[in-house]
Design a protein around this ligand. Sequence first.
Ligand code: SAM
Ligand code: ZN
Length: 139
Amino acid sequence: MPSAHLPGILRKRSTLHGFGVFAREAINKNRRIIDYAGELIHNSKSGRREARYLKQGCIWVFRVNRAWSRDAAVDGNVARFINHSCRPNCWIEIEPKTRTIWIRASRLITPGEELTYDYSTVGDHTIQCCCRPGCTTML
Ligand SMILES: C[S@@+](CC[C@H](N)C(=O)[O-])C[C@H]1O[C@@H](n2cnc3c(N)ncnc32)[C@H](O)[C@@H]1O
Ligand SMILES: [Zn+2]
């Protein structure tokens, strides 16, 4: 749900991977940037979807809690293009009642900077992280 109170961001090609999401303006520490939209699915279904997307090299399913996930491949917004970094400039806030996933700035982000958060993936780790030369993390 985009809001006039949220900062300007844009999707463009990233040196990290494919498309990424970038700040159009300075974003203060802890400011909410965007919610990670997507169909709310029960975790009894999420494993199958994750496996299907992973075959195409994609991670679209975001674990909200032990019971629920959001699948950004269905009804997702631009947040689904935010890349992972092991040294991210954003953090995740979960609103338990609405199961909303907020992406928030973990420090001052300057205009033009790419937004990243730590995917904290669970399950199979099959994608080599490219966040920096020599990173050994598997996503
Ligand atoms: C939520 S999408 C992010 C948008 C993606 N860059 C695109 O253009 O579709 C997640 C996918 O991006 C890739 N990705 C994101 N961060 C990465 C990283 N640090 N290293 C390698 N691949 C990454 C992986 O393929 C992952 O499955
Ligand atoms: Zn990394």
